[in-house]
Design a protein around this ligand. Structure first.
Ligand SMILES: [Fe+2]
Length: 384
């Protein structure tokens, strides 16, 4: 798995967490919105419905009274009864109202009671009755208009809240689908990565089994690169990639025939040339895996030298990726200190001298110094 892919996967995980948090926040918002709408609708049902009905009935009675007095000089009996009844009902409802509104409508109720009393006593002049009735009718109509406007506003609020809920639920649904889809994708990617890594590790292990003299080489190189990487303050993820690349850097030797790989005598120029092609072969194998492409580059460059005298491309200086230089020094150290059929391995002291001598030539100075610090601290020793 290369660095970019792991980084991308981490970002994907963060994105999933953000989506889940968003999902929870939206769900909370919906619950709050539904509670608000329920409360509001209950208020409308409990208060507006009976109040509007009775205020309209009250206004209707007042209007009929006014028309009766205007047209015939006497009030309509039915309208008087209706006014009395609706006045009683409004009085009963008054406990539900806000104090300001209650004060307002209570004055209208008082006016209605005065009018009914005047009508019954028949002492008041027709002119005064007409003024009282008109006044009551106007006030009642004003209340009807006010309630109609409030009801319209309430309907608008409920409708817009219903729209909001629908939109939010839809967004929630989409987020849920995205989260599930991403999770499935991430899971699939993880499984693919796991399979690839076990396949490639098995390949590297099989390769080392062919050559008794290099057995354990990749594991040792991986351990040295981890120690140097820590010394050079590499991040956890970068160290993981370095470890994988180190385990697989020589996997291309699978293409080198046994007769050359296991040859105990000195290699001919042609055989040596074949061996020198293994970085490209390693890179080709790793490039076949999308997630290992960056590591393929490191494997390709693990025999490059800082002074440009390495192979296969003669890269130099900072053109060589840092992980490739770390792998190069770890690889060389293991090669120097391992026994070969044609020579014994160097001692730690001899290897240190060799590294000091080639610092800034074969390897980047900072990498070589980090390596030497690790040796000084006793972190890197010759494996037995
Ligand atoms: Fe190599």
């Amino acid at each position: 798995m290369n660095f970019k892919n792991l980084l991308a996967q981490t970002k994907r995980n963060y994105a999933t967490i953000v989506l889940i948090l968003l999902f929870v926040a939206i769900a909370g918002f919906i619950i709050q919105l539904v509670a608000q709408v329920t409360r509001f609708s209950k208020g409308v049902t409990d208060f507006y419905a009976p109040t509007i009905h009775d205020v309209k009935s009250f206004a209707e009675a007042a209007n009929h009274l006014q028309m009766g007095i205007e047209n015939y000089g006497i009030p309509d009996e039915m309208s008087v009864v209706q006014l009395q009844e609706t006045t009683k009902r409004l009085e009963a409802l008054s406990r539900l109202w806000e104090p300001d509104y209650r004060k307002h409508i209570e004055s209208m109720i008082a006016a209605a009671k005065r009018l009914v009393a005047d009508l019954k006593e028949m002492k008041t002049s027709e002119q005064k009755l007409l003024i009282e009735t008109r006044h009551l009718n106007e006030e009642a109509q004003m209340h009807v208009r006010m309630h109609d406007a409030e009801l319209k506003e309430a309907r608008t609020v409920i409708q817009s809240s219903a729209w909001k809920i629908q939109i939010v639920v839809l967004v929630l649904l989409v987020i849920g689908i995205i989260i599930s889809f991403r999770e499935v994708q991430i899971q699939r990617l993880r499984e693919q990565e796991k399979e690839k890594l076990s396949a490639i590790t098995a390949l590297a292990t099989a390769l080392e089994a062919r050559d008794p003299y290099t057995q354990g080489h990749s594991l040792r190189v991986a351990e040295y690169t981890r120690i140097i990487g820590v010394e050079m303050d590499m991040g956890k993820m970068e160290l993981e990639h370095l470890n994988l690349a180190s385990l697989m850097h020589d996997v291309g030797k699978i293409a080198v025939p046994d007769s050359i790989l296991r040859k105990e005598d000195k290699l001919t120029d042609q055989e040596w040339q074949q061996i020198k092609e293994h970085p490209q072969a390693s890179a080709r194998i790793l490039e076949g895996f999308e997630s290992l492409k960056e590591m393929a580059q490191w494997a390709l460059d693990h025999h490059e030298r800082f002074d440009g005298k390495g192979y296969p491309n003669g890269k130099s200086g900072m053109d060589i990726p840092l992980p490739a230089q770390i792998m190069a020094i770890a690889d060389s150290f293991d090669a120097m200190t391992s026994n070969r059929p044609y020579r014994p391995g160097m001692t730690l002291e001899q290897a240190i001298i060799e590294i000091e001598k080639n610092k800034g030539k074969q390897w980047r100075t900072d990498v070589a110094e980090a390596f030497l610090r690790c040796v000084q601290k006793g972190l890197i020793k010759i494996s037995t």
